[in-house]
Design a protein around this ligand. Structure first.
Ligand SMILES: *Cc1c(COP(=O)(O)O)cnc(C)c1O
Length: 404
């Protein structure tokens, strides 16, 4: 049988990829050949991994592995249907109850991914007569959910609460619902959203308050309860989204809030209704992960110790880590801003050849001229690995003229 190759109908895609090659921002996927760990084998090369959202090292935690294996033995490998048909198993309900308890909310619903949680929730709760007040750096899944909802999207300058208020005022006399939405930790700069001030705005204008805590769950707040806990805003945020794919180490997303909100999402969120639920082993893995968050707080302490060390050293080397006197980043994500997309990609390649894996990120993921490398710290990096990585960053940075 003939293999599928590009026919003339799709040749415009080839043209676009050739344009990316010319710009120097085309990439090939890097392939990790062993476990997702602080040091791993990628494309045949042993590297120090600064590229993973595996904040607490839970991807390889023994308790999570055991939980997954036990669930496979007991339940098999798949759930067989969407949640609303026969794809709700005891273990799915257990996970949702566990998350709700952990987050101190009435209820929680689990989605197949954080992306599905955001997109499915925003598009379900709003309609075309409504308004979304959204930070300009919010995650793509929020933007897609906003578009799917057909509500009017008003974008405020990054973390600019006064601008958010102007936008709210401009629609205050309109009958539609208003939703304020922000990332907890922003994924490209590592800074924290101004949650308390936004909650005040939500109260003042009667707006719904929603936060996307993908990079804050397992990282910020007591035992990693997230931004709401970090700022002591319990009870003031209507909708908390989190992911099970980053610090939790497995896969999935969730929404926490009131019983009625969750019941509504059971009935109306399209990824919940129309896409099959998690394999039982994934649900079991996540349950074990929340146990670890409660039982091993030293992981989060170690994450922050590594973060403070690495950020300080990166800044001391003279890299632009996104702030003149104090770095913008307040989380384990530390960007190294280099400007041009081509330079970021070359820097990333050279670092890789020297044994350090850090992805280059360019337009359209970040603004034109703000291309960067994004480093992420985890609890499981050793001091030795971090020192080695810093040495390589320094040497390659100097050789390429990124450091003077
Ligand atoms: C990663 C991320 C998501 C998506 O989570 P997945 O579980 O990977 O789909 C959503 N929001 C933000 C801010 C993220 O960084």
């Amino acid at each position: 049988m003939a293999t599928t190759t590009t026919r003339s109908q799709l040749s415009y895609l080839t043209d676009q990829m050739n344009q990316l090659r010319q710009k120097g921002t085309h990439f090939n996927l890097r392939v990790v050949e062993d476990a997702q760990a602080p040091e791993c084998t990628v494309d045949g090369k042993r590297v120090i991994n600064l590229a993973s959202n595996n904040y607490l090292g839970l991807t390889t935690h023994p308790k999570l592995r055991e939980a997954a294996l036990a669930a496979i033995k007991k339940y098999g490998v798949g759930s067989g249907a969407v949640r609303t048909v026969s794809g709700t198993m005891t273990i799915h309900m257990e996970l949702e109850e566990k998350i709700a308890r952990f987050k101190h909310t009435e209820a929680a619903v689990v989605f197949q991914s954080g992306f599905a949680a955001n997109a499915g929730t925003v598009s379900a709760i709003l309609g075309k007569e409504d308004f979304i007040i959204s930070d300009e750096l919010n995650h793509a899944s929020i933007i897609d959910g906003a578009r799917l909802s057909r509500a009017t999207i008003k974008v405020f300058r990054h973390k600019d609460v006064a601008h958010a208020e102007e936008l709210l005022q401009s629609v205050a006399s309109q009958p539609g619902h208003k939703l304020i939405i922000t990332d907890g930790v922003f994924s490209m700069d590592g800074d924290i959203g101004p949650l308390p001030a936004l909650c005040d705005l939500a109260d003042k204008y009667g707006a719904i308050m929603m936060i996307d805590d993908a990079h804050s769950s397992g990282v910020l707040g007591s035992n990693g309860r997230g931004t709401v806990d970090h700022f002591k805003m319990h009870g003031r945020v209507d909708i908390q989204v989190g992911t099970l794919s980053k610090a939790i180490g497995a896969l999935g997303g969730y929404v926490c809030g009131s019983k009625d909100l969750i019941d509504f999402l059971y009935h109306r969120a399209r990824p919940f209704l129309f896409s099959t639920s998690h394999p039982p082993s994934v649900a079991a893995t996540c349950i074990a992960a929340f146990d670890v968050l409660e039982q091993e707080p030293e992981l989060i302490e170690k994450l922050w110790e590594n973060t403070h060390f690495f950020k300080k050293e990166l800044g001391a080397l003279g890299f632009n880590i996104g702030g003149v006197t104090t770095p913008v980043s307040e989380s384990p994500i530390t960007p190294i801003i280099v400007g041009e997309g081509r330079l970021a990609m070359e820097f990333s390649r050279e670092l890789f050849n020297a044994g350090v894996f850090v992805p280059g990120i360019a337009f359209p993921t970040v603004a034109e001229g703000k291309a960067r490398l994004r480093t992420i710290m985890t609890a499981t990096h050793t001091h030795d690995q971090l020192s080695k990585a810093l040495e390589v960053l320094k040497n390659v940075g100097k050789r390429m003229g990124i450091l003077s």
